[in-house]
Design a binder for this molecule. Structure first.
Ligand code: ADP
Ligand code: MG
Length: 676
């Protein structure tokens, strides 16, 4: 067996299962062993019932107390019982498992491991794993079981078995990394790391294994970035773009004055556009610092010089919002250009119409999602591409543009606060501009970190804000276990909230599983004030701008990375009203409180990210993905900043030949793309 062996040659993988694996992008044994767990089930010591924490998976041991009940309807039978230990009693429920009544009615001592949630204001353990009699738990205690990202029809167990088999049957690989590098940075041996990431005996093995693989992943990324830079340099172009008096007029007509930082960054961009070397510039600015208008100024300048410009957003919702607000601005300011929208969810007919207007040069400012750079789109004369919010261009995209004509100027907008040293590694040869100032009309957001006991007060507060004409966001707890549960959670929560707030207030609900049109409609309604409270998962995270929204409440805030919470917070405080952010946490742990307090004390994204790192220390590698930046498979730019630095140093000293093996990884990291 080799890495290239198709997975159906593994035992237990038939045609049907193989297709499911394909859906996950796994075709060969090599793909499979690089399909890393997204989390681990850690079978920890049981906790006393009175200390079971809301929002966490916990293990309790107790006596079955009273009768096992089955209720609900045929479609959804709920089995419930109580367990009791010296410290308290806990209700436990299972869905669709009525047969448990027979099994469990013997009574006795049981160990249960499951998520603790709050239902009608009491803590309940939901759908736990059962160890009965409780002695069975002993075998598992202390172990870490991998949890893989799945697709419907494929069980965790199937993936786990396949990986195990693959690792057992593959011959060991020769360590590709030179010994001196490995020793210098204390990196685990490759084969050890690969086994350790799937089946770690304990946390220490996991951390060691992970560090090595993150190193490889970063090194592969940095290597391809440098190669690209070497090959291409800055390309010349024939665009003749000159500053336009019309753009100056537009700036003067804006209802606000640009901040000094915006003016400075705009001057830098304008200077780039005049040159005949293609611009590659990153604009970093905290949420709400006003990046969109800067992008628009660049697009207008290009249009006034007779070329096309495109703005690419990471989500459909955001693309639409940009499209609508820009189209409206152009009308209001009597600017004679046409806009076009292009997103993946448009009908074939709508797309054809958009293609026609883009190709014919009828539309000068084109806004959309990734669809903007698909092969089918032909531009008449594209001179500028702006990508909003950490969207990245890959090597492939670069080629596409080259095929379409000429390398346009590229402007990348990002709200992710990363220190300059990291930015230089990650963004290669991009020039960097920073908008380090917020518009002066902003009142600082008022924050509070509270526990769930504060919820009624929070609802009252929200009600008051709505009565004053404002709007609110509530972000629902994430459900790691399944998307299905997540949906249920958001829907349940909205229904509960609607009841709580009364029917004069309109509660809307948004989650990732909704159809695109549905999402769009809800976002539009919220933007137009037809929805008062929007209950959502983190799908609203990026970029949305509804200045009338003044409250952001985050449930189970402890489960988010601080950088992400800061992004969420950035959805409010975008207009002239005082805004508020309520971080609600179910965890009483001291470190959780301390961590969230960082947010409480600061509204400065850069500071938050670095404080968070300092406080959590490198040992805390579980669960939270801090930045989500660049979608590395394992690595996280913030969390693994030190490893990023190591990889950067290492790639500088390795010879070309010593880097050859990294090429193989490029295709597997899911991140072979690099910024232009
Ligand atoms: P972000 O940098 O997060 O993308 P946006 O560009 O969406 O922020 O801007 C947020 C809001 O601030 C928008 O409503 C925009 O009109 C407004 N805005 C931008 N620049 C200024 C400014 N200089 N003064 C006042 N408001 C501004
Ligand atoms: Mg933005």
């Amino acid at each position: 067996m080799t890495e290239y062996t198709p997975i159906h040659e593994l035992k237990g993988i038939g045609e049907k299962t193989e297709k499911l694996f394909w859906k996950l992008g796994i075709r060969t044994v090599g793909d499979l062993i690089r399909y890393y767990p997204r989390a681990y089930d850690i079978y920890e010591e049981a906790v006393p019932i009175s200390e079971a924490e809301e929002g966490r998976v916990q293990t309790v041991t107790g006596a079955i107390y009273g009768k096992v009940q089955v209720s609900g309807n045929r479609a959804m039978q709920v089995t419930s019982l109580y367990v009791k230990d010296l410290t308290g009693t806990l209700k436990v429920i299972w869905f669709r498992m009525p047969f448990l009544r027979t099994t469990l009615s013997r009574g006795g001592v049981i160990t249960l491991r499951g998520m603790i949630v709050r239902r009608r204001d009491v803590l309940v353990m939901e759908h736990p794993e059962i160890f009965y009699p409780s002695g069975k738990y002993e075998e598992k205690r202390g172990t870490m079981q991998p949890v893989y990202p799945l697709t419907s029809g494929l069980s965790n167990n199937t993936v786990m078995k396949a990986v195990k088999q693959a690792l057992e049957s593959l011959p060991l690989e020769r360590e590709p990394l030179p010994e001196h590098i490995r020793l210098k940075y204390h990196l685990a041996e490759y084969n050890y790391a690969l086994r350790g990431i799937h089946f770690p005996e304990d946390k220490e093995v996991f951390c060691h294994a992970r560090k090595r693989l993150v190193f490889d992943e970063f090194a592969a990324f940095i290597y391809s970035l440098r190669k690209l830079k070497e090959e291409s340099g800055r390309s010349e172009n024939r665009f003749r773009i000159s500053p336009s008096g019309e753009v100056e007029r537009f700036i003067k007509e804006l209802p606000y004055e640009l901040t000094e930082a915006q003016k400075r960054v705009w001057r830098e961009i304008e200077a780039d556009l005049k040159k005949n070397l293609s611009m590659s510039r990153l604009v970093q600015g905290d949420v709400g610092s006003g990046k969109t208008v800067i992008a628009l100024l660049a697009l207008l300048t290009v249009a006034y010089s007779g070329y096309q410009g495109a703005l690419m957003a990471p989500t459909e919702v955001l693309a639409k919002q940009h499209y609508e607000s820009i189209t409206k601005l152009l009308e209001e300011h009597r600017i004679p250009f046409q806009t076009a929208l292009l997103t993946g969810s448009m009908t074939a007919k709508e797309k054809r119409e958009a293609y026609r207007r883009i190709q014919g040069g009828e539309a000068q400012i084109i806004i959309g999602t990734h669809a903007l750079i698909q092969e089918k789109v032909a531009y008449q004369d594209l001179a500028l591409v702006v990508t909003d919010e950490q969207h990245r261009f890959g090597v492939r995209q670069r080629e596409i543009f080259a095929e379409k004509g000429e390398m346009p100027h590229v402007l990348v907008m990002s709200a992710t606060p990363i220190p300059r040293t990291l930015a230089i590694i990650l963004y290669g040869d991009l020039d960097i501009s920073v908008i380090d100032e917020l518009p002066s009309n902003r009142l600082p957001i008022k924050n509070c970190v509270v526990d769930t006991g504060y919820r009624p007060t929070a609802y009252r507060f929200i009600k008051n804000q709505i009565e004053e004409g404002r709007q609110c966001y509530i972000i629902c707890p994430m459900v790691e276990e399944s998307e299905h549960l997540e949906v249920e959670n958001v829907t349940d929560y909205s229904a509960m909230l609607q009841e709580e707030l009364g029917n004069k207030i309109v509660v809307g609900c948004l989650h990732g599983k909704m159809k695109q049109e549905q999402k769009d409609r809800i976002m539009e309604d919220f933007g137009e004030g037809k929805i008062d409270v929007l209950v959502s998962t983190t799908v609203i995270e990026v970029g949305i701008n509804v200045p009338n929204a003044t409250v952001m409440m985050v449930e189970n805030a402890e489960r988010f990375g601080l950088a992400q919470l800061h992004q969420l917070r950035g959805r409010v405080g975008r207009g002239k009203y005082q805004s508020y952010c309520i971080f609600m946490t179910g965890s009483k742990a001291k470190d959780t409180k301390e961590r969230l307090d960082i947010l409480n004390k600061s509204n400065d994204g850069f500071k938050i990210a670095s404080e968070d790192l300092k406080q959590r220390g490198p040992g805390d590698l579980f669960g939270i993905r801090q930045s989500g930046l660049m979608n590395f498979r394992l690595g996280d730019v913030f969390q693994d900043a030190a490893v990023l630095q190591m990889a950067s140093e290492a790639v500088s000293v390795l010879s070309k030949k010593e880097c050859e093996w990294l090429k193989k990884l490029e295709n597997h990291t899911g991140n072979s793309s690099v910024i232009l």
